[in-house]
Design a protein around this ligand. Structure first.
Ligand code: ADP
Length: 533
């Protein structure tokens, strides 16, 4: 509709422009034509009036020679017979009135100026009349009056004649000419406008049809072709538009084909992916179950072995055999480490198979932190570290899985003690916006920036070489991260190499209803890593 409106307005605009031009042209030409006609009529009337005055002068010779009013009558009658002549007068040579007929507007003061010319002349041009004067001469060759002697020269001034020519007919002619010309002009302009309108309609119809086709294509979304018609430019636009429509149609066909191909492709890929995911899920579950079983199988004999070692140690101590006791104690320490490793692997396998369960219980922040502190304090003193604990004054009751929260804290603190020598290890707790926030800081070796993301990966250690200075499995932080996320919390690290490390461990004050699900196929659970187990 918008395009159609514009098209109409184009025709209207052209029509208005042409209409105004035609009206102005007709008006100007009719006024100019009327003005020229009036001017010529005026010149004809003036010339005619001068002739009448000339004739009157000739007719008045006898009356002026005889200075007889009766002799003047025929000449005056003849002049008055002309339509526009409304008054006539004859004056003697001394400018005194001899005879007058009709209306004539003269005063004796004007006479010397009016009678100054030697020819019939327009003496005064008034609003509604002219006054024309002419001198009356007796000339030598005028045979009729041969008996009157000339004073000496070849011509002798006898008097003057004056006629009053009314402008009424000229004025009515002017009015008529202007009004008829205007009427004709207007009529002509109307006719031209009507013709223009019809012509414009014919010229703009193809443009209008074209815009309608475009408009329909736009609103319906279909590829409407336009009719190629009308002037050359419009035909060219229509042809270009049709070519564009054709290209669009071809592109759309291609798109439809591509789309249907893509859909099939996506369907096949989805099926493949679903199959791969199911296989992976089964594999992960099988691996986790295998690990859980194997850990159990390893743990039971290991624990039995440790029990026997304990018994043998006791018996050997009774018999005061110190040397083998020391060896057995070393075997006991190795077994304890092995048991811890098996427990960690078991925990990780449970987390990754989604079998790890949360057992929330109520415990105050102070008791949980202080219990942890008691376990870690002997470890801190081993490397001559100062161990400080800061607790907030408030002591909210937390609803957390105490074992897991403690395991995370112990792991962070034991790492802090392990990687710090003769420094400070700090444990602080605070409550912030529904969360309890523990910070474990140390002034130890720190972690390079580019490695800070990796330390949460399982089996990942900054120094993983065989000759490494610090022991460990590389599992503690991976399990801590799993536990934290299960409990709806967050675990982050901030560290500078050589300056120290701070771990921020956040847990909600109230445990989530369900443990936050762990993604079985996350990077921590990739098959390559599981294979490493
Ligand atoms: P590990 O048993 O090796 O300590 P973790 O998962 O607990 O395993 O830690 C992974 C690695 O992160 C460590 O081997 C160590 O390189 C680095 N790390 C953890 N805590 C600290 C710390 N406080 N200071 C320096 N490095 C640390």
């Amino acid at each position: 509709m918008l395009l159609v409106g514009n098209q109409n307005s184009l025709r209207k605009q052209l029509l208005t422009f042409l209409g105004v031009s035609i009206a102005l042209l007709s008006l100007t030409s009719s006024i100019v034509a009327a003005w020229i006609a009036v001017n010529q009529s005026r010149q004809v009337l003036e010339h005619h009036s001068l002739q009448i005055a000339g004739n009157l002068a000739h007719q008045s010779l006898l009356s002026l020679i005889t200075e007889s009013k009766e002799n003047a009558e025929p000449a005056l009658d003849q002049a008055m017979a002309f339509n526009d002549v409304s008054g006539v007068a004859i004056f003697t040579e001394r400018m005194s009135l001899l005879q007058q007929r009709g209306e004539i507007d003269w005063q004796s003061d004007n006479l010397p100026v009016w009678f100054a010319e030697e020819q019939p002349t327009l003496a005064a041009d008034r609003a509604d009349h002219w006054i024309i004067t002419a001198p009356v001469y007796l000339q030598e060759e005028q045979g009729d009056y041969a008996e009157f002697e000339l004073a000496g020269d070849k011509e002798q001034l006898l008097g003057y004649v004056m006629i009053n020519v009314s402008k009424d007919s000229l004025q009515s002619l002017t009015t008529n000419l202007f009004s008829y010309n205007l009427m004709i002009g207007l009529g002509f302009a109307t006719l031209l406008l009507w013709l223009q309108n019809a012509g414009l309609k014919r010229i703009t119809r193809p443009l209008l049809n074209l815009s309608q086709s475009m408009n329909e294509a736009r609103s319906s979304g279909e590829h409407n072709y336009a009719k190629v018609e009308g002037p050359m430019e419009v035909r060219q636009i229509a042809e270009s538009y049709n070519a564009m429509m054709q290209v669009l149609e071809q592109q759309e066909d291609k798109l439809v084909k591509l789309n249907s191909g893509l859909e099939t492709e996506v369907e096949i890929r989805t099926k493949e992916l679903t199959h791969a995911r199911d296989t992976a899920l089964v594999a992960v579950r099988t691996q986790s179950e295998f690990l859980a079983n194997i850990s159990h199988e390893l743990r039971t004999p290991l624990q039995a072995t440790m029990g026997y070692i304990e018994l043998v140690i006791e018996e050997l101590e009774d018999e005061a055999m110190d040397e083998p006791v020391e060896d057995l104690r070393e075997a006991m320490r190795a077994s304890t480490r092995l048991l811890a490793l098996i427990n960690m692997i078991l925990d990780l396998a449970k987390c990754e198979s989604g079998k790890m369960e949360l057992m929330p219980q109520e415990i105050s922040l102070h008791s949980l932190t202080q219990e942890t502190e008691a376990v870690i304090r002997p470890l801190a003193s081993k490397k001559q570290n100062t161990f400080k604990v800061y607790l907030p004054e408030e002591d909210p009751v937390l609803q957390v899985d105490k074992e897991k929260a403690q395991q995370v804290l112990l792991n962070l603190l034991s790492n802090a003690c392990k990687f710090t020598e003769k420094g400070t290890v700090l444990l602080s707790a605070s409550v912030d916006d529904g969360f309890v926030v523990w910070q474990v800081s140390d002034t130890g070796i720190g972690i390079p920036k580019n490695q800070q993301n990796m330390i949460f990966d399982k089996f990942r250690q900054i120094d993983g070489s065989v000759k490494r200075k610090y022991g460990g499995t590389g599992l503690g932080l991976a399990i801590s991260k799993h536990f934290t996320e299960m409990m709806g919390g967050a675990l982050d690290v901030f560290s500078e190499t050589g300056q120290g490390t701070t771990f921020v461990f956040k847990l909600p004050l109230t445990a989530p209803a369900d443990p936050v699900s762990q993604n079985l196929l996350s990077k921590n659970s990739s098959s390559t890593d599981l294979e490493k187990l």
